[in-house]
Every structure is written in structure tokens, then in C-alpha cells.
Design a protein around this ligand. Sequence first.
Ligand code: IMP
Ligand code: MG
Length: 429
Amino acid sequence: MIDRKAEVIAIVGGQWGDEGKGKVVDYVAQNADVVGRGQGGDNAGHTVINEYGKFALHQIPSGIFNPYTVNIIGSGVVLNPKSLLSEMATLSGKGISLDRLVIDYRTHLLFDYHKVLDGYQEDGKGKKCIGTTKKGIGPAYVDKTARVGLRAHLLENPENCLKELKFILEQKRREYRSLSARDEFRLDYYADIIHESSRMLWPHITDTQEIIEEYLNKGSKIVAEGAQGTLLDLDYGTYPYVTSSRTLVGGVLLGLGIPPQYLTRSIGVVKAYQTRVGEGGMPTELKDEQGELIRQKGHEFGTTTGRPRRVGYFDGVAARYSQRTNHFTDIAITRLDILSGVGELKVCSSYLLGNSPCSFPVSEDVLDCCKPFYGETGYGWEEDISSVREFDELPLGARVYAYILNRHFPNARLSFIGVGPSREALIVV
Ligand code: IMP
Ligand code: MG
């Protein structure tokens, strides 16, 4: 019998992604036994800055820098082997060991034909396009749900894997005649990458749910690292302008095979302001000079695509919705330092539809018509706070602002405030 109870911490984005989860995971994972990704793929870009350098992790969990942590790519992820191999090469080039990286047998594989389909479908939607990262995420989840996807266990035998791929490619060529002449729809295009993936990745592929079970029984500390954010969730997000995976706390646990009753803590990561990449409604969007100032100060350009992010005031309605769907126990406010000296800050406390207040709407068309009501205005501070490490040493304006944001997450305590990109630039409240 083990008397120590396992600690399972989910870290999930509370907005539209890019909240700075990588930094919070990097901190919380320092003494974790396991860190895992349970959904999404290389559409994610988790920036981590530590003693080894600056990294944009796309598929490898942020616990990889800790030599004792097991890093899991779980069954819920759609894994691009090509980009994983290049990520692995970058990390090992900087002296980081990949011995403790494991991939679940069940993880679906994403290939270049998925990327072609992603672009093709986006282009076909014209003005109704989603603004995806064009990484093939949606088409890979389609194959998974349609039960024709290839899973990581197939990499044990590259010839078998190619045989399965041949069958899928034939089907895709029939379905997408106009694309059928493209290289990505021919089997020989994949011979090298499948052989290389088999050679390089097979040693990492295993039953990671068994590992989870073992560590839960040992009473270990497990961190479930979310990708994207609550409002991009396939069901609860701003559909159809969402990603194709389940980004809520529940989705991340499921994608790692962690039984939900083991969850002990869930940290919602939110930026001190709002950003969004891609299309869709964003009631607090700032299209003025202040928005541009925040974008430039915060380098708000996508880690994965380089696209400028849309910037706006903190959206309390979206925050309360995020809390409603996740019940975070803690929140981490990131990038508070960016707001020093950017002028008056407002917080959206409700939406107005016509003259009536409304809660976070289900329909994206309605969201597009919602006007923000700024019930909380007049905040701001001038001081540079990037070297502050104690909550009490923040300027009063910044403390009040942080409390106001926290109020939009009922029952969640304010646990972290990010004031800069490095690992140390984190106030533990
Ligand atoms: P997809 O995930 O590439 O299919 O893109 C769908 C939507 O999710 C688009 O609006 C993307 O901009 C957005 N998205 C996907 N991954 C991220 C991310 O890591 N951060 C922010 N937005 C993302
Ligand atoms: Mg990102």
C-alpha cells in the first residue's frame, strides 16, 4: 500500500490559446514525475525560456528539460512524425536528453496529406475560412473519427505501416480528385519518412496509459499540459472557429488516460489581456493604437504561424464561461508586465446584445454581434514590473487589476503572475 496520494495537476488555457502555458508548465513541472500532452498537435507552440535557451515546443511536453521527468505524448494527440523528428533534433542538439520521451501506441499519426487537405479546405471556404494553422490538425482528427487513421503502434513495422497508408491514400485520391496528382497523395512520397520514423520513434512508443497507472499508484506528481485554450475547444469553444481537439481540463485528462477522479488541481492560464489568432468573434478586440501598442510590446505574433494576433481588453464574460466549463482551482495570469504604461485598462464585465445583457453565447454569429460593456475601467500603472518577484511589491494598480481578473474566476485562487518570459519572472502568490 502506498500512503502518498498522487498529485495530478492540469494546466489549461483559459482563453483562445497563447496564454503562456509553457512557462507555467515549465515552473510547475520542475519537480514533476510525469508531464504529458493529451490533445492537439504541432499547431501548438509553447515557448519556454530557461538555462538551456529559448525553445518553441510544438509537440514535446514542456517537462523535457527536467532530466527526471517522464514526458508523454498521449493518445489524444495527433502526432506529426516529421516535425517531431526535427523538434527532437533541435533539443538533442542543445544537449537535452530525449530518453524520457514516450509516445502512446494509440496516438494518431499526421502526414503531409493532412496538411494539404487543411489548406485545400480552408481555401475552399473563402470568407468563411477558420484561419487554421494549416498543420493538418482537423483532417487528422477527421481520419481518427472516421476510423481510418494510422496509429503510432504501426511504426513497429514500416512495411505494414506503408501498406495501411497505401489504402488510405487510394481512398483520399478517390475523394479528392483534383488533388490526386500531388506528391503527398502518392505512397512513395512517404517511404523515407515512415522508415525514419520507425527507426527513430519506435523505441519511444509504448503503452503510456500503463505508465500513468504506475505513477498514479506510486503517488507521483503528474502534470497534464493543455494546448490551445478553452475557447478553441471543439464542443465548448466558439464553433466553428475552434480547433479539432478537446482543450478543456477533461479533454486533456482523457487524452492522457488519466481517470478524472485523480485530478487534484487545475490551473487556468490566462493572459492579462485578450488575444486571438484566426477568425471569429472577439468582442473586446482593440483595433486602435492601444491595441497596436500591446501587440508590439507583447510580440503578439503566432509561435507556429507568425501571424499577428488580434489583441483586446480582458474579457470577463469569456473568463467566467471558461471557469464554468473547467472549474479551475487556481489561475495564473501571464504577461502582466506587457501592460505597464499602455494607458487606461478596461475589463469587460458583460456583453450587450442590443440593450440586453447576455452571457457567453453558443453561436458564433451572436458573439460577433455582442458589444462589450466595460464595467471596470480606469486601471493602469506606469512602472516596469518585470523584475518584481513578490506580489506585495507590485504597484497598487497592478495588484488591483490582478484581483479584478481573478474575480472573474469564482472559487479559483490567484496562484501565479507572469511578469516576463524567463523561468524566474514568475510571482508565486
Ligand atoms: P487548427 O488547430 O490549426 O485547426 O486551427 C483552428 C483554430 O485554432 C485557428 O483559429 C487557430 O488560429 C487556432 N489555434 C490552433 N492552435 C493554436 C495555438 O496554439 N494558439 C492559438 N491559437 C491556435
Ligand atoms: Mg502558442
